[in-house]
Design a protein around this ligand. Structure first.
Ligand code: DC
Length: 230
């Protein structure tokens, strides 16, 4: 049997990373791990425990409670899709709201949050056979990953996709608000001091602004087979 490798998929928010990563994992029989969901779950915890005041996170209070935050992944019995569990509760829906999206960047910039989640992510990938998506997977979490993909698309294309997705879920959102959120997160994610979003030197770049899901899938599978050698 071929070696089960680590596949790191990084890129800007809302560029379809998770759809691609999930699809690739299914196609090659690997486990998919959404690292962004972990940052979102910590943010949801902070919101629910009153750790934000006027948009600012109380970092000391969050640091004191980090040991009480347990994040895991399960599977929705009805759909078979992976779901995020926060202290055993399925929070897959809550972590995708605009409220969480609007508060997650400052949480993801906290060094103790990154250290804790990076440690958990490394443990999840120890035996290979995973596809993990995020911002720093190929640079900080698994710098030794055998296949690194850096995904990008224009902010407008990404905002439109996010808008369609949230509308389909029945959320009351505007395109302008989403575009602003996408641009803000791009800025904060790329400019934070610790492990900012950046392309790893050995990453393969995929600009999917004008690609269909089927074309992306084909591209990824080609790269995968090239790396594993079959
Ligand atoms: O991929 P996403 O939009 O669900 O990620 C949510 C936030 O988490 C994003 O604004 C940046 C942060 N994040 C991160 O800092 N590092 C990761 N590996 C994944 C996500």
């Amino acid at each position: 049997m071929n070696k089960r490798i680590i596949i790191a998929i990084d890129g800007h928010s809302s560029c379809g990373k998770s759809t691609m990563a999930k699809d690739l994992a299914r196609a090659v029989g690997y486990t998919y791990i959404d690292s962004g969901a972990m940052y979102r779950a910590v943010t949801l915890y902070a919101l629910e425990h009153g750790l934000f005041s006027r948009g600012d996170i109380d970092a000391d209070a969050l640091a004191a409670q980090m040991d009480d935050i347990h994040i895991a992944f399960g599977r929705d019995e009805a759909t078979g899709q992976p779901v995020t569990l926060l202290n055993g509760r399925n929070v897959e829906r809550e972590i995708r709201t605009m409220e969480v999206s609007g508060h997650v960047s400052p949480v993801a910039a906290l060094p103790f949050v990154r250290a804790a989640l990076t440690r958990q992510q490394q443990a999840m990938g120890r035996d290979g056979g995973i596809v993990m998506d995020g911002r720093d997977i190929g640079t900080a979490v698994f710098p030794e990953a055998e296949l690194k993909v850096f995904v990008t698309a224009s902010a407008e294309v990404r905002a439109q996709r996010r808008y369609d997705e949230l509308k389909a879920k029945g959320q009351d959102v505007t395109y302008a608000d989403i575009l602003r959120n996408v641009e803000e997160r791009d800025y904060i994610d790329s400019h934070r001091a610790l492990n900012p979003l950046r392309q790893a030197d050995d990453a393969r770049v995929l600009d999917n602004s004008h690609m269909t899901i089927a074309e992306q899938r084909e591209w990824l599978l080609r790269e995968f087979h090239q790396v594993v050698g079959n």
